[in-house]
Design a binder for this molecule. Structure first.
Ligand SMILES: [Zn+2]
Length: 111
């Protein structure tokens, strides 16, 4: 599918994806913050598993669990934020901009 400028019919059209980028950033931060719960849970689980390997195992297991919990939260938030931003880009913002005449427009125009 080719995106075309509704004004000058140019095919030199790009997407701005502003909301998508912002959404991904907000989602990552929010997800990481929410992931704190996951960090605690992960650290506890890791520590319990690590007990079998002794004191060093508790520390290593706890850290691994905490990192995994934080990453999982951030990744989930990033994806959710980007998806939400994509919807905003498509429905609300003029996500398309023509490189030839500079026109911003919101919906796809099939050739
Ligand atoms: Zn144009």
């Amino acid at each position: 599918m080719t995106d075309q400028c509704p004004s000058c019919q140019s095919a030199s059209v790009i997407t701005k994806d502003i909301a998508r980028k912002i959404g991904a950033i907000i989602g990552t931060v929010g997800g990481a913050a929410q992931g704190v719960t996951g960090v605690r849970a992960g650290a506890q689980v890791g520590a319990v598993i690590g007990v079998a390997a002794g004191p060093a195992g508790v520390i290593a297991g706890g850290m691994a669990g905490a990192i995994l919990g934080g990453l999982a939260g951030a990744a989930t938030g990033c994806i959710a934020g980007a998806k939400l931003g994509e919807v905003i880009d498509e429905r609300v913002l003029d996500n398309y901009v023509c490189l030839d005449c500079g026109l911003s427009f919101s919906c796809r125009h099939s050739a």
